[in-house]
Design a binder for this molecule. Structure first.
Ligand code: SF4
Length: 210
């Protein structure tokens, strides 16, 4: 009952949810997700056109001068670490994966800077594999709505969401929860006065009367 109300409301707010990272190729998307860690999609979208215009292939990226990469991606933060990830990711895809980002989770997890959340986002968006990536928005909203406990770790949140929602909804739900957390159920000053889930929300009182 609670889950159908959530789905209904999210469908009304986001009937066509889309990932907000821009990309043209599989490896560009994977790298964009890696760059988005501890950053925002907006910032990532401001650097990736410069990055992929300057380095137009996996070969160019793996051979790129580290300083040049760092200067381009500086706005997204942790730029030294992320520049080294980009070079190594490009090398692995080019040298070991025939130039194609693999669908194999066991292979993907060996890529530097690529963890479970990144893999879920990539597989779900690019290859339509049912998956729920639990980022900061998904975690916060799930806990506020009582879909998970406050002290659950991200893997537990993911498992609980998988149990509560049909598999064919997972990828769409992930996008909707991200957008809901980003634009409505924000970390600070969520828009509870305007939210139709207020009666099932664990945090509404606190936020409504702050
Ligand atoms: Fe988020 Fe407020 Fe809605 Fe609860 S009532 S889900 S805290 S916006």
């Amino acid at each position: 009952m609670k889950t159908s109300k959530i789905i209904e409301y999210l469908d009304s707010l986001f009937p066509n949810p889309k990932c907000e990272l821009n990309y043209n190729k599989d490896y560009e998307f994977l790298i964009a997700i890696v760059l988005s860690a501890q950053s925002t999609d907006k910032r990532v979208n401001s650097v990736t056109p410069i990055l992929f215009n300057k380095f137009k292939s996996l070969k160019a990226l793996k051979m790129a001068d580290a300083n040049e990469l760092e200067n381009i991606i500086r706005p997204v933060g942790s730029f030294r670490k992320k520049a080294s990830y980009i070079k190594e990711i490009a090398r692995i895809i080019d040298d070991e994966c025939n130039g194609v980002v693999p669908t194999d989770r066991d292979k993907l997890v060996t890529f530097p800077g690529v963890g479970r959340k990144t893999i879920n986002v990539f597989l779900s968006e690019y290859y339509n594999v049912p998956a729920i990536a639990v980022d900061t928005h998904v975690e916060r909203v799930s806990k506020r709505l009582g879909l998970a406990k406050l002290d659950d770790d991200v893997l537990t949140v993911e498992r609980k969401l998988q149990k509560k929602f049909d598999k064919n909804l997972w990828s769409r739900l992930h996008l909707q929860l991200v957008l809901f957390g980003r634009y409505h159920c924000k970390a600070i000053k969520p828009e509870c006065y305007n939210c139709k889930l207020v009666d099932i929300c664990k945090e509404k009182k606190k936020n409504l009367f702050d």
